[in-house]
Write a protein that binds this ligand. Structure first.
Ligand code: CO
Length: 230
């Protein structure tokens, strides 16, 4: 077995011992079931571990992660996690957390083709197009950061348009939606949406309602060859 994998297994045994040393009943309790109050929709990036950066314990956060923390209406995986956590676990908050230095956002801003993933990143390319007038004059670093932030806002908006969230709001007034960005350089989280729990809140962050954009898209020479076909 590779040394790295052996190390992980050794660490696991050590972790169990550490947990039991503090609390003999720890695993009996976790085996009883989960009652998380939070659903986390984050990036798969290995540098953004939701429980560590929020100092929470196993059982506290239900997690869905994908590249660039996207909420895509046709993603059965995301929708299943959302439906189960909202309707069965009854989470009170859904946090979409992006992060600066996101490889997915960086790739979407560039013109290089990476294969299958390009299709997934189309969602972000749409966001870039929508907000191009807002970001076109920024330097590369500032533009990438701004798109990371706007991408999070877009995904919160997408969440607010799912039947799952809309039905939950109508019957319980929950969950609250939050758009966060984690800074890999400082470890700090910043908020990029208010806490939203109704249609009025979603309207507030709607790019059309807020007139944050106009319909000019990126100039054609900024597109990859695949984009230009669409
Ligand atoms: Co990322």
């Amino acid at each position: 077995m590779s040394q790295l994998i052996q190390q992980l297994l050794d660490n696991n045994r050590e972790w169990v011992q550490e947990k039991l040393a503090v609390d003999q009943d720890y695993f009996n309790r976790t085996a009883d079931g989960q009652h998380p109050k939070i659903l986390w929709i984050g990036c798969s990036d290995s540098r953004v571990p939701p429980d560590q950066l929020t100092k929470t314990n196993p059982g506290e956060i239900f997690v869905h992660r994908n590249i660039a923390n996207l909420v895509v209406q046709t993603d059965m995986n995301m929708l299943s996690v959302l439906q189960y956590s909202v309707e069965v676990l009854k989470v009170e908050h859904v946090i979409v957390c992006g992060h600066y230095g996101c490889g997915g956002v960086r790739a979407a801003l560039g013109t290089h083709q990476y294969g299958l993933i390009d299709n997934w990143l189309r969602q972000i390319k749409d966001t870039i197009n929508f907000y191009w007038e807002l970001v076109k004059d920024l330097d590369e670093t500032a533009r990438e950061k701004r798109i990371v932030e706007l991408n999070v806002v877009e995904q919160v908006y997408n969440l607010g348009k799912t039947n799952i969230i809309r039905n939950a709001w109508q019957s319980t007034g929950k969950p609250f939606l939050h758009g966060w960005v984690y800074d890999v350089k400082t470890g700090l989280v910043t908020e990029h949406t208010p806490a939203i729990h109704d249609d009025a809140g979603i309207d507030q962050i709607c790019k059309y309602a807020a007139s944050q954009i106009n319909l000019k898209v990126r100039p054609a020479n900024q597109y990859t060859s695949v984009d230009s076909l669409l």
